[in-house]
Structure formats: structure tokens, C-alpha cells
Design a protein around this ligand. Sequence first.
Ligand code: SAH
Length: 348
Amino acid sequence: MTLKKKDIRALTKEELRDFFVENGDKAFRGNQVYEWLWSKSAHSFEAMTNISLQTREMLEASFVINHIKVDDMQRSSDGTVKNAVKLHDGLVVESVLIPTDTRTTACVSSQVGCSLDCKFCATARLKRMRNLNPDEIYDQVAAINQESLLYYNHKLSNIVFMGMGEPLMNYKNVLASIEKITSPEGLGMSPKRITVSTSGVPKMIRKLADDGVKFNLAVSLHSAIDEVRTRIMPFNVNFPLKDLKESLEYWYEKTQRAVTYEYVVWEGINDNREAIRALVKFCKYIPSKVNIIEYNPIDDGEFQQASKKAISDYVSVLEMNDIVVNVRRSRGKDIDAACGQLANKSGN
Ligand code: SAH
């Protein structure tokens, strides 16, 4: 019988230090290996050139280094890059690099597929296969950072958890990945430049507040009327707007930080005065701003982007009520890399 080797990147720095002490070496060796694994993104023990051959062989005998592989990379005419990322077990997720003149944003996945069932989202059509591990999330970010340096000559500046999956349904691993991304031994990024986007899981929003997280929170609202929201995001039955509102009030009370509401306006669904009024009311519960996102069609006729007039109605009423609103142009549509289009179509 062969013993299954452990994934060395599942170990914390402390555990790695202990491993070396238990094996008659210095704890410091753990720090060196940790640095190779994270900030230097080593894919093999062989690459760890300041570690003795004997130690490397010992590591090789006990561990594997699971690493993502960017299998396919597509570039959009607007500069957006989509990576199809192969995981160690052969499953695939997607992540996206979104460049502007001054910054690069990484949009990363947190799950393979998604357990939620938003009717307008391509990822929802894939079964949720599994949660991503912290290192698999970290690697997506590290890969995009390298691509940003290569193509745009500057480091990654922002991260949004808006790829495949519901980050708050993979709470522990998402937080562990952010800890690595922000730690000096990882990428040393500021949590202020990281946004976790949720479809709105009240219990987990409260937990974020309790855990004192320092990153930004975005909520995919799309409707502030229960009946409509349940029709387009059926899990709203279990997490109705009242619970969402209360969890957001709790978040604000604890963190004193505003949230962003993401909102798509669809023809015949929420392009009316009543919907706008409900949104304005919802926005007044706690300090917040609204990002109106363009709808990215996922090849069925059920959902249609609302007219320009409907969008401008939203903008003027929100502004009249002193609510900050941005209308976001979508990026990477031609390669199915825009919000809600990630569904592993690349390379097929
Ligand atoms: N599950 C998380 C993160 C993934 S979705 C969440 O729901 O927030 C990222 C964003 O894209 C969400 O705001 C989502 O509502 C939006 N989205 C999904 N499908 C879309 C589509 N077809 N067009 C535009 N935005 C979409």
C-alpha cells in the first residue's frame, strides 16, 4: 500500500515549522519553505535552491505541491484576459484579468460551479462540484499578478471575488486565501483592495462582521422586492430581504463600513418605478452605493438588458436621493469573460 502524500500547502506556517523541528531540523527551515511555496510560487521542491538536497528529498517523500495550471488563456479585444484554470483533480474554473489604464483587477472563482440558482447566471447551470482550497484561490490571483506584470507592466491592484461560486458558501477557505494574499509572505496586498461579492447569505454576513474582516463587501441585490428577487434568485425564499437587511445593519454596526449593491436592470422585470422606489428604500438602511451592471446575455431569451431610458431613470432617482451610483460597462464579453458568463466554455 502506498501512503497518500499530503498537500504541503494545506499546512500553516506554524505546522510547517513544527514539521521541521519534529524531523530534527530548525523551525526556521519552515519559514524558508513557506516563502518558496507562497511568495515565490514554487511548483516543485527541486526549485527550492537554498534548501539542501537531503531536505528536499525528505519533503518529496512526504508531500506533494498541488498547483493550478493555466490551461487556456484567451484575450479579449478590450484587453481582458480569461484563464481556464485546471485544478489538481482535473476540474476547471475560470478567472479574469480586467485592465484599465492605471490598474489591473483580478476576478477570481471560489467554487467549482455554484450551489445557488440565479436564473440569469451561466455558472448557476453548472452543478457545484466542490469548494476551492485556499491555495487554489491564491494561485488564481498569483497567476493574474504575473500576467499583469507581463502584459501591462504593473502589479495587480484589486481583487474581486466575482468569478464562479458563492464565496460565503466557502467561507473558511475564502478567508484563508485572503489572509495569504494580504500577508507579507504572500502577495502583501491591502485588504482595502479586495471585494467579496455575495448573493446575500445573512448568517455569513454576520459572521464576517464578527470576524472583523477588513475587506469590502458587495451584495448582488438585483431587486429589493421579495417576490421579484425570489423569481430571479430562488434561494431568496430562504434568505428573504428582511434577513438580508438585518444582517447588513449588523455588518455596519460592527464595521462602520458601507456596502456596494450590484444591480442589473432587466426589461419587464425591474425596469419600473416601484422597483426603483424599493431600491432607494433599501439603500437607506445603511450607508451604501449602487453599481448598475450591464446584463451579459447567457444565450436564452428570458432576460433582456433594459433600455437606456430605464437605466437613466434609476440613476436620476438614486442621485436625487443622494445615493452614489455607478453604471458599469461590461468587459471581456467577446470571450465570455464578463460577469455571469463564466461556465467553462473556453477551449471546448
Ligand atoms: N455569487 C457571488 C459572486 C459571483 S457573481 C454573487 O452572487 O455576488 C458576480 C456578479 O455577477 C454578481 O453580482 C452577479 O449577480 C452578477 N451576474 C451574474 N450573472 C450575470 C449576467 N448574466 N450579467 C451580468 N451580471 C451577472
